[in-house]
Ligand binder design. Structure first.
Ligand code: TYD
Length: 139
């Protein structure tokens, strides 16, 4: 079982010039297929509430603060606080996740596969019950 973990990206620069962080395929746990970003999320809203059969992701708070709760195969739970643009959270397949955002948060998601609603498990009971079943997008 692979659990979520924090990735430290290179931080190039200094406090006078500012910084660049970089994510490259050779330093990531999967080959990148897609990048999207989430923003203007009200603080009262909890996003996520799903798992994926195949999708692996890295979440980066490029601005603001994101609190991510994860659960792998129903028992291993973690909370991560993303409040630094040079770190990312690797989320393996079959991980239930929820996210809360500060008002100024911008979340970049680096994704391993293209968007496919069939890859989602959006019902928690189904995640617990069917979590190890074969992906419907592989057949
Ligand atoms: P979802 O992945 O559930 O967002 P979050 O995990 O941040 O809560 O996606 C929210 C909605 O957006 C859902 O209806 C699917 C749609 N969506 C797309 O159409 N394309 C995409 O690439 C993504 C990521 C989501």
């Amino acid at each position: 079982m692979i659990e979520p973990y924090i990735i430290n990206f290179p931080k190039i620069g200094n406090s006078v010039q500012g910084y660049i962080s970089v994510a490259e395929n050779e330093n990531l746990p999967f080959k990148v297929n897609r990048i999207y970003w989430t923003y203007f999320t009200p603080e009262s809203v909890e996003r996520g509430g799903h798992s994926h059969y195949e999708l692996e992701q890295i979440l980066v708070a490029v601005a603001g603060k994101i609190i991510v709760n994860t659960e792998v195969i129903s028992v291993v739970r973690h909370q991560f606080i993303l409040d630094n643009p040079n770190i990312g959270l690797y989320i393996p397949k079959m991980t239930w996740r929820t996210m809360k955002y500060s008002h100024n948060a911008v979340q970049m998601c680096i994704a391993s596969i293209v968007y496919d609603e069939k890859d989602y498990i959006r019902d928690y009971k189904t995640f617990i019950k069917n979590g190890n079943k074969r992906s419907p997008i592989q057949s």
